[in-house]
Design a protein around this ligand. Sequence first.
Ligand SMILES: [Zn+2]
Length: 1011
Amino acid sequence: MESVVCYCLCVLTLLGSLISSTESKYIKYNTTSSIVPGKLNVHLVAHTHDDVGWLKTIDQYYVGSNNSIQGACVQNVLDSLVPALLADKNRRFIYVEQAFFQRWWREQSEVVQNIVKQLVNSGQLEFINGGWVMHDEATTHYIDMIDQTTLGHHFIKEEFGKTPRIGWQIDPFGHSAVQAYLLSAQVGFDSLFFARIDYQDREKRKDEKSLEVVWQASKSFGSSEQIFSGAFPKNYEPPANFYYEVNDDSPIVQDDVNLFDYNVPERVNEFVEAAISQANITQTNHIMWTMGTDFKYQYAHTWFRQMDKFIHYVNQDGRVHALYSTPSKYTDAKHAANEAWPIKTEDYFPYADVENGYWTGYFTSRPTIKGYVRFLSGYYLAARQLEYFKGKSALGPKTDSLADSLAIAQHHDAVSGTEKQHVANDYAKRLSIGYTEAEKVVAASLSYLTDALNSGHQIPQAKFQQCPLLNISYCPASETDFSKGKDLVVVVYNPLGWKREDVIRIPVVSENVAVRDSSGKEIQSQLLPILDTFIGLRSYHTTAYLGESSTAKPKYWLSFSATVSPLGFSTYYVSKAEQAATISDRYTPYKSRNQKDTIEVGPGNLKLIYSEKEAKLTQYINTKSKVKESIDHAYKYYSSYGDDKTQTSQPSGAYIFRPNGSSVPIKSDGKSPLTVFKGPIVHEVHQKINSWIYQITRLYKGKEHAEAEFIVGPIPIDDGVGKEIATEITTNLASSKTFYTDSNGRDFIERIRDYRKDWKLQVNQPVAGNYYPINLGIYLKDKSKELSILVDRSVGGSSIKDGQLELMVHRRLLVDDSRGVGEPLNETVCIHDKCTGLTVLGKYYFKIDPVGDGARWRRSFGQEIYSPLLLAFAESEGNWGDSHVTEFSGIDLSYRLPDNVAIITLQDLGDGKVLLRLAHLYEVGEDKYLSVKAIVELKKVFHNKQVIKISETSLTANQERAEMEKKRLAWKVKGSTQEPQIPRGGPVDPQKLVVELAPLEIRTFIISFKH
Ligand SMILES: [Zn+2]
């Protein structure tokens, strides 16, 4: 009975209060976007993180389809944002990914576009980062990073006249030196923010209030290209309990006293507590709250309504000050505080989020996409050069589609390999479409450039074919029967600024062939049989990808040496001959009765010595440099943790590498260990390592490095265990735990096994924790020699023992690693419904030099790997040379670029303007002769044009460089700041047109020509 009485009384009391109070009414929230000095300022940064493909494709994310995978629609975000910002002029929002924004923008009415322009001009809407995508930082090449950022910055400049001020790399899995000094400082950013750093590093930085630093990432640039950088305390989301998407369950601010659950005091207390706890680990009285996360603000009002209330009530409370802010405003506040910041050097790799969670698997995940992206990156560079030599056509094919698809592929869930399979397929499809159009640009340009009579449309120009599947020996153009009296014309284009000699390989159907140069003189050639392994690879993949298996079966690789002028082409002819060309000598040791102890291979200065009995490489000898070294070249695999069903904790997956114990050597099955082919141009050693690994080691006459081509896959998983395959080279070099890996193809950074410079490393993963991303190469050295490996795509690699280097070349896994993608990384190739595990074909290159001499090869040959010779094929019945240009150089015939400089962009912008980027390839102190200032004479580069204006710009060409330097904020750093003078190239005299480049400098110009 008592409880009933109480119940009645309570209800009466409540009713009384409801009836006696006034009714709900309009509350004007006092929002602000101003800072209050002397108080703890909580900068609320409203943002959405819109992955340009991950669990869904870019198109599905944009329109909001396939929502059973993820409820995400970027159109909703941008549509709802406009009225939400208009509702209160204090509200702020940042937008990042231009691949999405420019799409939405083009679909808006003029009225909406004008409103958005006002929002941008007032600063309510600010573009941050501003690239096409938020690129990955481990598996991207610096040229791709520059190109994709330029694309986005160009759009923002054209449409809004703005230049983004802030770097915002909040999701990539670790952060590179190149991102800091090049893609942030040199694009004119004032700061750079990110979330993912090693969990041990983060704890130390929280204790020392050093999450925010001045990052001097490059030895060559020191403080001259530093950037204020902040790692978030936890992630890029709001503090716990402050999430406000429609379905989120954080408590809303219920401030209507007429309704139940009024909670303003509690919510204000929670806000203040969270702010103070963050302030305790942050320097200055400014902290940033990242209010948003993946694909949020699909109904923007829900977030802004709550933030309006927080700002209103928290500021009424007065203990801390809350405001609508942006990373720019936050950066200005940090700068105004005029404090000194700790210095950070080098990079933030590798990234681990928990004890056994090293995100070093994605350095290799999806190796064929990584290979495809790199191949197209080099092709895009060459295609734009050729497009420029012809003149950009208004109606004809363009390179724009390849630019767009390559930019999208740099996203941190694209080339990184951490997307779902159907999304990986979508990226590949876009790249293929982009390539197909760019291929037409290349063909049209070569037709134009080879047309000696300048016949225009009078006589049909030559039709060029190209062979993008040459890597699997598929090239219909060269697989023709020359007996019908036709010549195969091979035009070889060199995108580098140096004269170059390289060996060309094309498949042919007959041995009765001869090769002539452009003067008609027969030159040396060599035939190598195309073995069954290649024929199988070729027929399977042409059927899978082209839907057709070609009937012609090439018998030989025809090799010959081509010499090509800088930014120019040469022409070679392949035709029928009465006699067979030189067929390589074949030697299969196990068939020979009298086995020798050793076999020496190598037509030039480099000799590799193989042991016949053991069927393996044992010695490396260079007769010119006198380098001699014991060497072992082998394959091994790591069993992936968690693929055995009994293991439940952190598995290996698309992101994470977690080996289950140490590596297992892969031994040759002993049947046919070695086959050696020798000829005048190249020697090849074929090794069938096992039923799913095949390797060819090539030594060319004129080269002093070895080339290793590998075919790995399908990786067997019938034992229920995932495997990660590595190749390794072992020498006796006493490298004392130290090795070097490149940062996005630029600076080499010193790595020390089981050690970090920024904190005392607790070693939990002795292999995975020592893996680093490699885009150009890896090397180690001792007092007398250095061993270098260069790669043809992005891979993970390490030095697990002194004198040893390894690369992870392929991975196949059976369980997901719980970082979001929700699929095991188990790639297959299917014909109809029958699928087999993916096979990877790739190359790497190795060389041993006297200590101090390796840089020259790594840089110069590294650039040749990035920019291979481009081949185009045509048929000729008569004498091609009579009616065609057979030799061409795009620059003055007497000129070549210095050995330490590459043209990394030459792009026709239309209206008589070009975009030119020149890159010095060497770091300060890297090479005795080449780490010096270089000079490029633009009058000779543009020898047939008259330059009327040249302006030097920021890296992404969206502002004048001088203007950018003037605006740059200066930051004070803690401790000693003595550093040597940083050399820089001087200004360019518009009359002399000579560009100076200091070590590692990249200079960007917009040049106008007289029409
Ligand atoms: Zn992301």
